[in-house]
Design a protein. Structure first.
Length: 625
């Protein structure tokens, strides 16, 4: 098989998989935690959707390792304790498995041998607490009154990232109410404590945070008056924040986790489980159900916009005409999904009009820079001939440009939400949950879009500032850390393609170092592979084998900065052609991350998108040679 044949095969596959609406609906797979939480939610609310519960239980059990644990990714050493606790609890709650089942006994041994429930992550601990397995701690790091702080205060509710707010808001209500929902059939998990319940929550009042905490309380009392009035205002405002951001399908910001916590928060405020708010939320979560290899999986959200925009662009790079019906259908789908409402992003960016795109097909108020530039690439070729697309393209480009952070880089969702104060907040993984800093992947991809697909001058401030940010944030070994992918290969691909499109010379020191690093870590078979451990270790960690997606990223980066096909590039292209139809654990390996060590994403579309893009860019630049 040669390059053209490989490209043709990928195009044919993608053409077959497009939906009648013009989108591509490949699964957004995030392990088994959402499957477990859905069982726990339904059982704790005494909603006996037996078919769904049984299907999810079967999927969870099918993913158990021989030692009794569940993993987040293939090369996770022995297993993941939080995922194992989630699975054990859900399987018991499902009532299809009993504690004396050999597989659950093995899971229990793994949990106890690894420190017990006390070693679970924050989300698991919250879930266990609100479903009655634990007591709320006396101290919660963010009092509900926090929401009342004005935006002029150095630290306030809107200085959190939108992902942080969407999950923290309902949890603040739950912690304030000390809410726990028990059922008569709730499993008893007391045998899973390693040192009993004494050290379950690890929150502590550090000296720095104690000072901030006291300042918040004192400031609010001064601003708003009596504590009782203050508290009532805070609860109501937090509730209204949530209710005003429920999407049309009933989910809160279209995220599984935030909707999960919202349901319990509304019950804690007196809403019946039959309340339309709660029923709509549950139905919205159920609508994100998908099938993977014959099993049922609850997606964390849908990836409709991301899949569709990336695929449409890759197809056009591969020679599919912008007038092709497949591209027209994709354009029409994407055009309908452009955001027209102001979202929380406007708090820090009040001068811009709406115009971005979100990640899921139900997202209307939470656009992000990455999906926006991906969509803009996809519609660029058609925009010149269609006034509606050109109008959308202009609005989108203006919105993306306006989202640049003051430091010169680009965030994902909201600008300038990287407050140093949150480093003092005793919340596990706070840097991933609570902040949205500039990142190499977002900055690189935005520069690539602006430099390659717009007429923005390469000497204008946005381009110069973006280049400066990337150069100054390169790792000493020549790589860049990618916040939303795995991990250093992803960030380096985005940075190098962005710098090249922005007009930076291939002889620039940063590009030469990046190229050298990629060449150095290439595997003997011509591919690349990086472990999910990289993000937790905060250093490049090789996977030990090659994957299609990592190889495509690395190859595409090298193609963008090379004037001839080097040996490393030729070996990479050969690997892609020879392995394009591969199906094993490497093609199921996560290439996206949401939270280091806790949330990884297997995009089922990536095995098609990025090899197609790399092969097309090679062919467009050098032909079949």
């Amino acid at each position: 098989m040669n390059i053209s044949q490989s490209i043709d095969n990928l195009v044919t596959r993608l053409r077959q998989d497009q939906t009648e609406h013009g989108s591509w609906e490949y699964p957004f797979e995030t392990g088994i935690t959402t499957d477990a939480y859905m069982i726990i939610l339904l059982r704790s609310l005494e909603i006996d959707d037996e078919q769904l519960i049984e299907e999810l239980s079967e999927r969870i059990m099918s993913r158990q390792e021989q030692n009794g644990a569940w993993k987040l990714f293939h090369d996770e050493l022995d297993g993941n304790i939080s995922a194992t606790i989630d699975s054990y609890y859900a399987l018991l709650y499902s009532r299809y498995y009993q504690k004396n089942d050999a597989r659950l006994r093995a899971a229990r041994r793994f949990i106890l041998n690894n420190g017990g429930m006390e070693k679970a992550n924050m989300f698991t601990k919250m879930m266990l607490t609100l479903t009655g397995q634990q007591r709320w701690p006396a101290f919660f790091p963010l009092p509900i009154e926090f929401i009342l702080l004005p935006s002029s205060f150095p630290i306030n509710f809107y200085s959190l990232s939108v992902y942080g707010r969407s999950n923290i808001a309902p949890v603040m209500i739950l912690a304030d109410k000390r809410f726990r929902l028990k059922t008569k059939n709730r499993p008893d998990l007391r045998e899973l404590y390693g040192n009993r319940e004494d050290a379950f929550f690890s929150w502590s009042r550090s000296d720095e945070w104690q000072q901030i905490f006291s300042a918040i309380k004192n400031s609010l009392t001064y601003l708003a008056g009596l504590p009782a009035q203050l508290h009532s205002m805070a609860v109501n405002q937090t509730k209204q924040y949530i209710l005003s951001r429920i999407e049309e399908d009933g989910t809160f910001y279209s995220y599984f986790s935030s909707t999960f916590f919202m349901i319990y928060a509304m019950i804690s405020l007196g809403h019946s489980k039959n309340d339309p708010i709660i029923q709509n939320a549950i139905n919205g979560m159920k609508s994100m159900k998908t099938a993977i290899k014959g099993t049922t999986h609850m997606q964390y959200t849908t990836a409709s916009i991301w899949n569709t925009s990336l695929i449409s662009h890759a197809l056009q790079e591969a020679g599919v005409s912008s007038a092709d019906p497949m591209i027209n259908k994709a354009n029409n789908f994407l055009l309908k999904k452009q955001h027209r409402k102001y979202g929380d992003w406007a708090v820090h960016n009040p001068q811009s009009l709406p115009g971005g795109w979100g990640f899921s097909n139900i997202n209307t108020i939470n656009p992000d820079v990455d999906d926006s530039t991906a969509t803009l690439r996809a519609i660029t070729a058609s925009a010149a001939d269609h006034s509606s697309l050109l109008y959308a393209w202009d609005k989108g480009t203006n919105w993306v440009t306006s989202m640049q952070n003051d430091d010169g880089g680009w965030p994902a969702f909201e600008k300038n939400t990287d407050s140093r104060f949150f480093s003092f907040l005793p919340i596990e993984k706070g840097e991933f949950i609570l902040t949205d800093p500039s990142s190499a992947d977002l900055t690189g991809r935005t520069l690539e879009y602006l430099g390659q697909y717009t007429n923005m001058g390469k000497t204008l401030a946005p381009m110069k500032d973006g280049i400066r940010w990337l150069v100054s944030n390169q790792e000493s070994n020549g790589s860049w850390y990618g916040r939303w992918g795995i991990c250093y290969i992803y960030g380096t691909w985005a940075a190098l393609t962005g710098l090249a499109a922005a007009g930076v010379s291939p002889k620039h020191k940063a590009i030469k170092k990046g190229k050298s690093w990629l060449n150095k870590i290439q595997n003997a078979d011509g591919g690349w592979g990086e472990s999910c451990k990289s993000d937790s270790n905060m250093i490049y960690t090789p996977l030990g084998t090659s994957t299609l997606t990592h190889t495509a990223w690395a190859a595409d980066a090298l193609i963008s900065i090379s004037d001839h096909p080097t040996l490393e590039i030729k070996k990479a292209i050969s690997f892609l052609i020879q392995n394009i139809d591969q199906n094993d654990w490497t093609t199921d390996y996560p290439h996206g991350q949401g939270m280091a060590g806790e949330l990884y994403i297997h995009y089922h579309s990536y095995r098609y998108i990025f090899p197609l893009l790399a092969l097309a860019h090679y062919k467009n630049k050098w032909g079949e040679s």
